[in-house]
Design a protein around this ligand. Structure first.
Ligand SMILES: C=C1C[C@]23C[C@H]1CC[C@H]2[C@@]12CCC[C@@](C)(C(=O)O1)[C@H]2[C@@H]3C(=O)O
Ligand SMILES: O=C(O)CCC(=O)C(=O)O
Ligand SMILES: [Fe+2]
Length: 393
């Protein structure tokens, strides 16, 4: 189990009381604590226009997939994939684990509650502590095996739930590696350019159920799985499912149930674009670590989840990161006299600690120099948040 990931949060405990985890279904009106006024969310007021360019959909079996991914990474920081090789049955089975868990009575779910300084378990989104209002959602985070938590919740039939998670983890890990190389390949980067990637043999998020916890070999990748539930909401326009954020990952693979809710912020920051669910499709987000690795060429995407009046929504995020011992920094091939390295080296753990402390200023806090045009594109998000940057030269 990549327990080192959990270390990042020990120094930044989040004290969210279980009382915040309401039995949402019993609320007929939106309590004030869940009402997001437009001035508390600078982006909330902008509607999602009907005629916008849609988020790219890439068919992985298409010979042009590499090129399309390159375009999507540079221009959007997000895309959807189809024909990705993950069987629909694996996605459905995992969705059923999430549905099974979230439909339990509140007191049962709380048996799996995340401790304030922990990483795994049931609770509000960790980023809740950065916002004055509560989010209309509940989550279950898994780093390492969910066995202990699942045993507490389902003492008799936890094994089938563990098996579904294990299979999901295996499939996602494979896809994450494939996507990672396609994304880097589109920038002209090969395995030889990343010395840590050569021996990055597979590791799982979840250790086999019942088996001894294995030490993760140095050089293996790490991951977390996040189950999100957004219950139907009596006043969806004033509520927020998951507040705007970027993921602190290399990349995130998101499966959403057949209800929409995910929105991405276009880099000009002016509008939210809905990412519609595609049956069997998966959403890929570029995270802050790939932003750093690509020296800002592939920007991490700001996204949020909105809620619905009549429908529950489930999403499952596979948060893929580098091996815990690896320091991520801009790839040598992408830096030169006219393109200085924009970020200092960080490990995933270190970055998660920074995120836990600075939240949306984390990326600019590891920035080395002021934003400059890269390939004609200005790193707009960074320019906006550059207050904390360490300036050199
Ligand atoms: C490995 C990760 C990445 C985490 C923290 C830790 C485990 C759970 C992840 C999420 C999942 C939900 C959104 C987010 C913003 C959150 O609150 O928890 C994510 C966060 C991050 O990407 O920063
Ligand atoms: O529910 C969604 O669509 C978004 C979830 C998300 O952003 C996350 O888990 O990091
Ligand atoms: Fe996210």
């Amino acid at each position: 189990m990549p327990s080192r990931l959990a270390d990042a949060f020990r120094a930044h405990p989040v004290h969210l009381q279980p009382k915040h985890l309401h039995d949402f279904t019993s609320l007929k009106e939106l309590p004030d604590s869940y009402k997001w006024a437009s001035d508390e969310d600078q982006y909330r007021a902008q509607p999602d226009p009907a005629h916008h360019e849609p988020v790219p959909v890439v068919d992985l079996s298409d010979p042009n997939a590499l090129e399309e991914i390159g375009h999507a990474c540079r221009r959007w920081g997000v895309f959807q994939v189809v024909n990705h090789g993950v069987p629909t049955t694996v996605l459905d089975r995992m969705e059923n684990v999430a549905k099974g868990f979230f439909s339990l009575p509140a007191h049962q779910k709380l048996k799996a509650a995340r401790s304030p300084d922990g990483i795994s378990g049931y609770g509000l989104a960790r980023i809740s502590s950065f916002f004055p209002k509560l989010m209309w959602s509940e989550g279950f985070t898994m780093v390492g095996s969910p066995l202990e938590h699942f045993q507490r919740v389902w003492p008799h039939d936890y094994t089938q739930f563990c098996d579904a998670v294990e299979e999901y983890d295996k499939q996602m890990q494979k896809l994450a590696q494939t996507l990672m190389w396609l994304m880097l390949g589109s920038l002209g980067i090969t395995k030889e350019d990343l010395n840590w990637a050569n021996n990055s043999n597979s590791t799982t998020t979840t250790t086999p159920r019942g088996g001894p916890k294995k030490e993760v070999a140095a050089g293996s990748s790490s991951a977390a799985i996040q189950l999100n539930h957004y219950p139907a909401c009596p006043d969806p326009d004033r509520a927020m499912g998951l507040a705007p954020h970027t993921d602190s990952t290399l990349l995130t693979i998101l499966h959403q149930s057949n209800t929409s809710g995910l929105q991405v912020l276009r880099d000009d920051g002016a509008r939210w674009v809905t990412v519609p669910p595609i049956r069997g499709g998966l959403v890929v987000h570029i995270g802050d670590l790939l932003h750093i690795l690509s020296n800002g060429l592939c920007p991490s995407v700001v996204h949020r989840a909105v809620v619905n009046r009549d429908r529950n929504r489930i999403s499952i995020a596979y948060l893929h990161g580098p091996p815990s011992n690896v320091r991520i920094s801009p790839v040598q091939k992408l830096v030169g006299p006219s393109q200085p390295p924009l970020y200092r080296a960080v490990t995933w753990n270190e970055y998660l600690g920074t995120k836990a402390k600075h939240f949306n200023k984390a990326l600019s806090s590891v920035r080395l120099c002021a934003a400059a045009p890269i390939n004609g594109l200005v790193d707009a998000k960074d320019q906006k948040n550059n207050n904390n940057a360490v300036k050199v030269g």
